[in-house]
Design a protein around this ligand. Structure first.
Ligand code: PMV
Length: 306
């Protein structure tokens, strides 16, 4: 029996624009995790995900099923026959809330299978396998989710280029508040694509501006200028509204966070629902958490970016 796990993630800056080649910044969130265990069994391959009531037989699973796909892709990569084991998945990462649950489950399964078969794969290989599943699910993923989760470190990411890891000169706290609204990435990404197709110049300009917030934020983070981050988050949120991926639930949490003393707040991930992130400190943290709960957050957790 072998077990492996992977963290959740948040995108600090640059979601959506990253699909169009602009930079994004993402960090792992260790408080939420996906875990996969591989147990030897007879003949067939079964995949169990009791938390979401899913039970699959590999031979009969739909070709585009994410759980079955990562098992198939990993076995192909390891050059082993997909037979004679059961994969059981558990995850504390909420599904379809912008915290990378799909990529984390893929990474955990790929890692657990790799060690089950006594082999080793690099983080790059594991990330690549998870990326193939993301492609099945939302067509044109930038690759930011699978990368930050497979490497489990803060990254500055531009599609199609090697990512650049970075370190925060001064650690900072991000409150992550769940709107409670499911938002499949595929739908938001598809809507943005249609909007971009209809008004390419306007959207390219907005994507440029989103990319600029990501660049400025990286500089502020590595230089320890945390004061600059809040206004950049708020700027990114305004731009996210303009590309059509905010929502009343998101705005309620963003406004509540700002009124309670967060120095900036924005959606994180695909938007339309999912999670809102707010920059807090030891002094504002409890007030902001309380205000976001009062404004409808289903749960709030605080992560430290080092
Ligand atoms: O999977 P989510 O909800 O974290 O969103 C991913 C971020 C997007 O930029 C919207 C899509 C992508 O492929 O980068």
């Amino acid at each position: 029996m072998t077990t492996a796990s992977a963290p959740g993630k948040i995108i600090l800056f640059g979601e959506h624009a990253v699909v169009y080649g602009r930079p994004a910044i993402a960090v792992p969130v260790a408080q939420v995790r996906a875990e996969a265990t591989v147990i030897p069994s007879r003949d067939t391959v079964r995949i169990l995900a009791p938390d979401i009531g899913r039970e699959l037989e590999l031979t009969t699973a739909p070709v585009d099923n994410a759980l079955a796909s990562i098992v198939r892709f990993t076995c192909e990569r390891l050059q082993v026959k997909a037979a004679g084991f059961t994969v059981e998945v558990h995850s504390t990462i909420p599904v379809a809330r912008g915290l990378g649950s799909g990529a984390a489950v893929s990474v955990a399964i790929a890692r657990a299978l790799t060690s089950f078969f006594g082999q080793e794969l690099s983080a790059e290989d594991i990330s690549g396998l998870a990326y193939r599943v993301e492609v099945l699910h939302h067509g044109t993923p930038s690759g930011v989710d699978n990368t930050v989760i497979a490497y489990a470190q803060p990254i500055y990411f531009v599609r199609g280029r090697p990512f650049e890891p970075f370190q925060a000169r001064r650690p900072f706290l991000i409150a992550i508040a769940d709107t409670g609204v499911n938002s499949p990435t595929r739908i938001a990404v598809g809507d943005v694509r249609r909007a971009h197709d209809a008004e390419p110049e306007r959207f390219d300009e907005l994507f440029d501006q989103i990319g600029e917030t990501a660049d400025a934020a990286r500089q502020a983070i590595v230089e320890g200028d945390i004061e600059k981050l809040g206004p950049l988050m708020s700027r990114n949120q305004v731009l996210a509204q303009m590309i059509g991926v905010s929502s009343p639930e998101i705005e309620a949490l963003v406004n509540a966070a700002a009124e309670a003393g967060a120095s900036g707040a924005k959606l994180s991930g695909a938007g339309r629902g999912g999670n809102v992130i707010a920059l807090v400190n030891d002094e504002s943290r409890e007030r902001v958490e309380g205000a976001m709960r009062k404004a409808g957050a289903k749960r709030v957790l605080v992560t430290r970016v080092e």
